[in-house]
Design a protein around this ligand. Structure first.
Ligand SMILES: C[S@@+](CC[C@H](N)C(=O)[O-])C[C@H]1O[C@@H](n2cnc3c(N)ncnc32)[C@H](O)[C@@H]1O
Length: 377
């Protein structure tokens, strides 16, 4: 045990956006750590697992208290990178390992799981099933969040996988649910499935839009031209921030023989997009990658990028995310290459697209969304 208390204020969100009202840790993180302190005290090396940590407060707070060999899964790649740089800065990196997917590798032998409750009930159901199926039978799960993001249905989602669920007292508008005794025979539910827009859609819990074609994305697809530059194996069309993978699958189904690169920074989106692509029999032509921005794509290499940009950072709605994505699309497009984008009209992204990418034309607009094409200067 260390003498001092964990320096929460030293945590940073970078490389995620930072700014007023955007915090790296909150009262729910502190409550999860406090409620789990006694259970964590007796753990051996590798027996603590953390899921849904935003920027490292839970994992690093536990390491500060003496935990060794902590395995961590974060859905967002930027969260994983922020944790790594926070760990490095605090000199705690040797005792934390990030695991890219939730499953046996993450959970085998876990006796305590610290879980930041996801916003999606389906995501909680999936995570609870995976913990129940893979962790030690004696596992205790401390699942906490802010009251404003919690509902009683969350108790039910945990109770579907665990025989006992207790509720702690609220503190600073936060609460922790404590789950014990995994029910036998629990396995990960199949992803949600639907057919829309001429493609099969698949989505694990927590994927943007679920197994549905987003309204804005539908407008974008309806206005894409029948013929597009690129689409070869060395200049694939890019489905940037692919979510459930609908855009990439739609392009590949419409254009037999064309190649697509779909990527997203969310682990659950990547799993869903892979399931979507497989369900449409286009996995040989659509590569799905986990990536922050388009970090894996070379400068000035692409002819076509499609994007429905994100507007959430954790629970916060923000218009600061999209310009980062526009700037990376501009980096990856070759001169003359096109960024096709759909956005909520209230966000007025057109001047930003003009500045960051190049000349921008409005292609369509309905009551809520605007579709634009920007041509790289
Ligand atoms: C509005 S959704 C669009 C999903 C999908 N393309 C569709 O049309 O249904 C935005 C997506 O951006 C992803 N995202 C957010 N930040 C990102 C980043 N830095 N790099 C890559 N993807 C990101 C989110 O995970 C989310 O899946």
């Amino acid at each position: 045990m260390s003498d001092g208390s964990f320096p929460f204020e030293a945590l940073r969100r970078a490389p995620d956006i930072e700014g007023p009202g955007l915090v790296a840790s909150d009262a729910a993180d502190r409550l999860i750590l406090d409620e789990s302190a006694a259970a964590r005290a007796g753990l051996g090396d590798g027996e603590l697992v953390v899921i849904g940590d935003a920027y490292g407060a839970l994992a690093l707070g536990a390491v500060w208290d003496g935990a060794q060999g902590v395995r961590v899964h974060q859905d967002a790649l930027v969260g994983e990178r922020a944790l790594a740089s926070n760990a490095d800065r605090l000199g705690l990196d040797a005792r934390v390992t990030s695991v890219a997917t939730q499953g046996e590798e993450l959970l085998r032998g876990a006796r305590v799981v610290l879980l930041r409750l996801p916003r999606s009930l389906d995501a909680l159901r999936d995570t609870a099933a995976l913990i129940a199926g893979h962790a030690d039978p004696e596992v205790v799960v401390f699942a906490g969040g802010r009251l404003k993001h919690m509902s009683v249905a969350m108790n039910g989602a945990l109770a579907a996988a665990f025989e006992r669920v207790d509720v702690t007292h609220a503190r600073q508008k936060s609460r922790v649910l404590v789950a014990r005794t995994p029910r036998p025979g629990i396995t990960l539910p199949e992803p949600a499935a639907a057919r829309d827009g001429g493609v099969e859609l698949r989505a694990y819990g927590g994927t943007f839009g679920g197994a549905r074609l987003d309204h804005g994305t539908r407008l974008l697809l309806a206005h894409l031209p029948g013929s597009l530059d690129g689409g070869s194996s060395d200049d694939p069309w890019i489905d940037f921030a692919c979510g459930n993978g609908v855009v990439g699958a739609w392009l590949a189904v419409r254009h037999p023989g064309a190649y697509v690169w779909s990527s997203d920074q969310s682990a659950v989106a990547v799993a869903s997009a892979r399931a979507t692509v497989a369900a449409n029999d286009v996995a040989d032509r659509v590569h799905v990658a986990g990536d922050d921005l388009l970090g894996l794509r070379a400068d000035a290499s692409a002819s076509f990028i499609a994007l429905n940009p994100p507007f959430h950072s954790g629970a916060a709605v923000t218009d600061q995310l999209a310009p980062r994505l526009f700037a990376d699309a501009a980096r990856v497009l070759r001169p003359g290459g096109q960024l096709w984008c759909v956005w909520n009209s209230a966000l007025r992204y057109r001047p930003v697209l003009e500045r960051v990418v190049g000349p921008t034309e409005q292609i369509a607009r309905d009551a809520k969304f605007t579709v634009t094409v920007s041509t790289r200067r």
